[in-house]
Design a protein around this ligand. Structure first.
Ligand SMILES: O=C(O)CCC(=O)C(=O)O
Ligand SMILES: [Fe+2]
Length: 333
């Protein structure tokens, strides 16, 4: 169902202006993304597969993850309902709550106001930012948000279990010291973002989300069952990650790349705009404790807090994130 009144006005305007001026896009069907079975992660062979996936791809598809299919589906449906509300209702729903509603950019300032950079590099996306630590204090007026809150509490339990299991397997492989490695995925830093990428008949207007790497340790994506959009950069080629029902997509972020001293990579990815259908995705991010120092031989020691502050500063001053290269011991001049 197309519900253009519910889009943020700037996104609505683009679609109205571009309506009809479209070009057929080509989409590749096969993706070849490595598949990791969470139930078999203890097994030597699966463990090797995980290591390879993290080195070569920085991303994999997770099966047998233990999250009930009904929960994944229900969250998707509720997110759809939430986005169908009018723009004004979505704005109003967040006032006085720890939620943030944003559009046109996924980047937020430290005070969690959206960082927009004008219509030229606007991302064709709207979303809600939901930090898990605030979930118990969230007392939303909207029934849809209330239901989402209840489901997210259960979702969080599953996703933190998954993140922990995957991280522990990686840490063992990387021979990280157990004490330090625990705080690399801090209990209280998980957060979820729910996105809607409106469809647009002219896919040349830009990106749902422009190319970037995540700043997280791990990001776990529950993507739309039917509508594709996520693309990753693999061997200098963009590749579409197919939506496959009842699977999760796990991607490694900058923190994981640094923790692994560049053995693993933070995958560059972007989201394309779909011509015919809007796309919903629910992304869970896990970060190190804010003051935990990440030490490696490639990078100067830094905390996630420092990394985040640098990213914010770069976005503000030069318009985009530089990320890990800012922290290299030896920077190219
Ligand atoms: O929506 C997606 O598929 C990806 C979202 C994403 O890349 C992000 O939130 O960093
Ligand atoms: Fe991302």
């Amino acid at each position: 169902m197309k519900n253009i009144e519910s889009y943020p006005p700037v996104l609505r305007q683009v679609e109205e202006e571009r309506g009809g001026k479209s070009e057929e896009g080509m989409e590749d069907d096969a993706d070849g993304v490595p598949i990791i079975d969470l139930e078999w992660l203890e097994d030597e062979q699966e463990w090797n597969k995980l290591d390879e996936a993290c080195k070569d791809w920085g991303l994999f598809r997770l099966v047998n993850h233990g999250v009930p299919f009904t929960l994944l589906k229900h969250l998707q449906d509720l997110a759809k309902q939430l986005f169908c509300l009018s723009f004004e209702a979505k704005q109003a729903a967040c006032i006085g709550t720890p939620l943030t509603y944003f559009w046109g950019t996924p980047a937020l300032t430290p005070s969690r106001t959206p960082l927009t950079r004008g219509p030229q590099n606007m991302n064709f996306v709207e979303g809600f930012d939901l930090p898990f630590s605030h979930l118990p204090h969230l007392n939303p007026q909207l029934p849809t948000l209330h239901s989402i809150r209840l489901l997210l509490t259960e979702y969080e339990r599953h996703l933190s279990r998954i993140a922990k299991t995957i991280f522990e397997a990686m840490a063992k492989r990387l021979e990280l010291k157990v004490e330090g490695s625990k705080s690399y995925i801090a209990e209280n830093t998980g957060m979820v973002r729910v996105y809607r990428y409106p469809n647009c008949s002219d896919t040349n207007v830009g990106w749902g989300m422009e190319a970037h790497t995540d700043s997280s340790v791990l990001s776990i994506l529950n993507q739309d069952d039917e509508v594709s959009g996520l693309q990753i950069l693999k061997d200098d080629q963009w590749l579409t990650v197919k939506p496959i029902s009842n699977t999760l997509i796990v991607n490694l972020g900058d923190m994981m790349q640094a923790i692994s001293n560049d053995r693993y990579k933070s995958v560059t990815h972007r989201v394309s705009i779909n011509k015919h259908k809007e796309r919903i995705s629910i992304c869970y991010f896990v970060f190190p404790g804010e003051d935990v120092v990440i030490e490696s031989s490639k990078y100067k020691p830094f905390t996630y807090n420092e990394f985040r502050a640098q990213v914010q500063q770069d976005i503000k001053s030069i318009g985009h994130k530089i990320g890990l290269p800012r922290f290299l011991h030896y920077q190219d001049s």
